[in-house]
Design a protein around this ligand. Structure first.
Ligand code: ADP
Ligand code: MG
Length: 641
């Protein structure tokens, strides 16, 4: 059999109907699994058990409408068997099973979303086990320990049984199962791993038990261990931990439940466990991880709260929390919802809506008490998920004040400031909360628009996440104090006393009449490149800066333009503000007085270009910019100044 040269087309058509190439990314992933040497390979078992458990969940859900599906194949359970003679480890389940096409698609040709990102990360990561957990690389992780795998599966209620097999190279086969295999697998899936020589420790009973206890203790279905030297026995707790009273549970129990339920390898930064009683009865067990998963910014913004109805799994994303809390993981188990509630019906169910509201409120309440009582833990949550959380400032109008109070921001005074702290530190006569949105903290800190605030000791929030440009675009306030951008409209710091004289106030402020003539000269020179020119309240050191007039803040305008979604009021030219005390502006004034029109034009254009550069942009015409700069430099050198 010449596997390398058989093309896919011939393959699918006639020559080898049972042989299939892995999808390209899957093949790449497999190469990483097969060849790499990972310290912690044991996660493969958790992945296979979690798949088996999912399969049992799925069958139980389908059986609500078709009880006949449960007739053959016994109770829902997971079994693990070891055989030292053949060097095999077998994991089987009596779940939903897979038909031929599912074997082909799910175990070979459909790559899970996030596979690409995972491959890229794995190449540079030390902590492969953690990555595998976070991505749910799932089934393929078994190739870390096996050089050959056979999957025999019977879809619940089906007559046919199929075998999938592969050695983790570029191809896999799917064939009709031989009679004895079909006899053995009455329902569900049996996975036989032919262990690699260096993975023989997975043939030891103790080792298997330890791994199951560590990662899979809280799987809801019994995991039975078929020990060749003893009676078969159940090796997991198989209890719905969330149903047990809080008082019986220890931190360690929660940590284990977190690992089993979420596949996380970190420790939960926050745990919320309670039972609601009253209008509706349901149990809630939710965790905030301490690390962000890689798919946090997946465009689908899917949640990770599983919905159960009386211990029966219904769906992995019932949208029981708003999208901006999608980092929360865990379980909600309802006593009241109908078991046959379809996933589609969940959207419009008033009971679900009421649960969503109540649970969201509890999660925010828990975050609030974490912020108040365990600042370190809260900081972890904020660092990992603050960027997602801030989407709520934009989306959740009703809870905006609560969300703003929870939010933390870097500022000119610290790394994670709350608005409460900010307001407590108001300067005399300060009435607004100032912020600046832009790319990169270091660049923002150097932004000239901060100068006047700095001279007065006024704190400025420095917002660098893309989402910041959006939520700040709405009229917001905290504690009755409006939030105000330093790169939009006019700022008036006059009432706040200056605490340190600006270091480089090189010249005295000009008389108002001079000010007007400089402004008029620059306006004349720049024409419609700007919408207006005015003397600045913001600057003490730099010569000029740009601010937005009407319409969106400059940063939002830029973001939207880059996504080719020009905002309303876009195309509105920025306003150029001049620091009247700056030497360059004073030079322009002299040029004006002495009627050196070319110099006026060059200096005005240079001030505008500099302002663009300070905002992280490039001058609109770099060649003209350079020519102008050179002209002015040469002239300056020649006069020996
Ligand atoms: N024991 C099993 N029973 C039924 N289907 C399975 C089983 N194991 C794997 N599958 C199918 O293969 C798919 C891929 O599994 P996996 O790689 O672990 O990814 P995930 O569990 O994240 O979907 C599953 O989504 C499921 O459709
Ligand atoms: Mg899986």
């Amino acid at each position: 059999m010449n596997e390398q040269t058989t093309t896919e087309k011939q393959d699918g058509a006639t020559t080898q109907p049972h042989s299939h190439p892995f999808q390209a990314e899957v093949a790449e992933l497999l190469r990483l699994m097969v060849h790499a040497v990972y310290a912690e390979t044991e996660v493969f078992l958790r992945e296979l058990i979690s798949n088996a458990s999912d399969a049992c969940d799925k069958l139980r859900y389908e059986a609500i409408g078709q009880p006949g599906l449960l007739e053959h194949g016994g109770a829902l359970a997971i079994r693990i068997a070891i055989d030292a003679d053949s060097g095999t480890l077998t994991i089987s389940d009596t779940g939903i099973g897979m038909g031929r096409q599912e074997l082909i698609d799910d175990l070979g040709t459909v790559a899970r979303s996030g596979t690409r990102a995972f491959i890229d990360r794995l190449a540079e990561a030390k902590d492969a086990a953690g990555l595998i957990g976070q991505f749910g690389v799932g089934f393929y992780s078994a190739f870390m320990v096996a050089d050959r795998i056979e999957v025999t599966s019977r879809r619940a209620g089906a007559d046919e049984v199929w075998v999938w097999r592969s050695s983790g190279t570029d191809r896999f086969e799917v064939l009709s199962a031989p009679a004895e295999a079909a006899e053995r697998v009455k329902r569900g899936t049996e996975i036989v791993l032919h262990l690699k020589p260096d993975a023989k420790r997975y043939l030891e009973a103790n080792e298997i038990e330890r791994i199951v206890r560590t990662y899979s203790d809280h799987i809801l279905f019994p995991i039975e261990f078929l020990d060749p030297k003893a009676e078969p026995r159940q090796i997991n707790a198989a209890s719905a931990l969330w149903q047990r009273p809080k008082s019986e549970l220890k931190t360690e129990d929660y940590k284990e439940a977190y690992r089993t339920l979420t596949g996380g390898f970190d420790e939960p930064a926050m745990t919320l466990h309670y039972k609601a009683e009253g209008r509706q009865a349901y149990a809630v067990l939710l965790f905030a991880p301490s690390r962000a998963p890689f798919d946090l910014f997946d465009p689908t913004r899917k949640g990770h709260v599983k919905l159960y109805v009386r211990r029966v799994f219904i769906t992995g994303d019932a949208q029981l929390l708003p999208s901006y809390l999608r980092f929360m993981r865990g379980v909600v188990d309802s006593e009241d919802l109908p078991l046959n509630i379809s996933r589609e019906m969940l959207q419009n169910n008033p009971q679900v809506a009421q649960m969503r509201k109540a649970i969201t409120g509890r999660v925010l309440g828990e975050l609030e008490s974490l912020a108040a009582n365990d600042a370190d833990a809260f900081a972890k949550v904020w660092e990992a998920f603050g960027r997602v959380f801030k989407e709520g400032l934009y989306e959740d109008y009703e809870r905006r004040d609560r969300l703003l109070a929870l939010a933390r921001f870097p500022s000119t005074k610290g790394e994670a400031r709350s608005l409460k702290e900010y307001v407590a530190d108001f300067k005399p006569n300060q009435t607004e909360i100032y912020y600046l949105v832009g790319e990169g903290l270091e660049r923002l800190k150097a932004n000239p628009k901060l100068e006047a605030a700095r001279a007065r000791g006024i704190e400025v929030l420095l917002l660098t996440d893309p989402i910041d440009a959006f939520w700040t675009a709405m009229p917001l306030g905290f504690d009755g104090k409006p939030l105000k951008s330093l790169s939009q409209g006019e700022v008036d710091f006059d009432l706040v006393p200056v605490i340190e004289e600006p270091a480089k106030a090189e010249e005295a402020a000009p008389a108002p009449a001079d000010e007007a003539s400089v402004v008029a000269a620059v306006k004349g020179a720049l024409g419609d490149a700007v919408s207006d020119v005015r003397a600045s309240q913001r600057l003490t050191e730099s010569a000029a800066c740009l601010v937005a007039g009407i319409g969106p803040d400059r940063e939002l305008g830029r973001l939207l333009a880059s996504q080719s979604r020009p905002p309303s009021g876009a195309g509105a030219k920025p306003i150029l503000e001049l620091n009247m005390r700056h030497a360059l502006v004073q030079a322009l004034r002299s040029a004006k007085t002495e009627a050196r029109e070319d110099d006026v034009a060059d200096l005005a254009a240079l001030l505008l270009d500099e302002a663009y550069i300070l905002d992280g942009e490039v001058p609109s015409d770099p060649a003209a910019f350079t020519a102008r700069l050179n002209r002015l430099l040469v002239r300056g050198m020649a006069t020996g100044r």
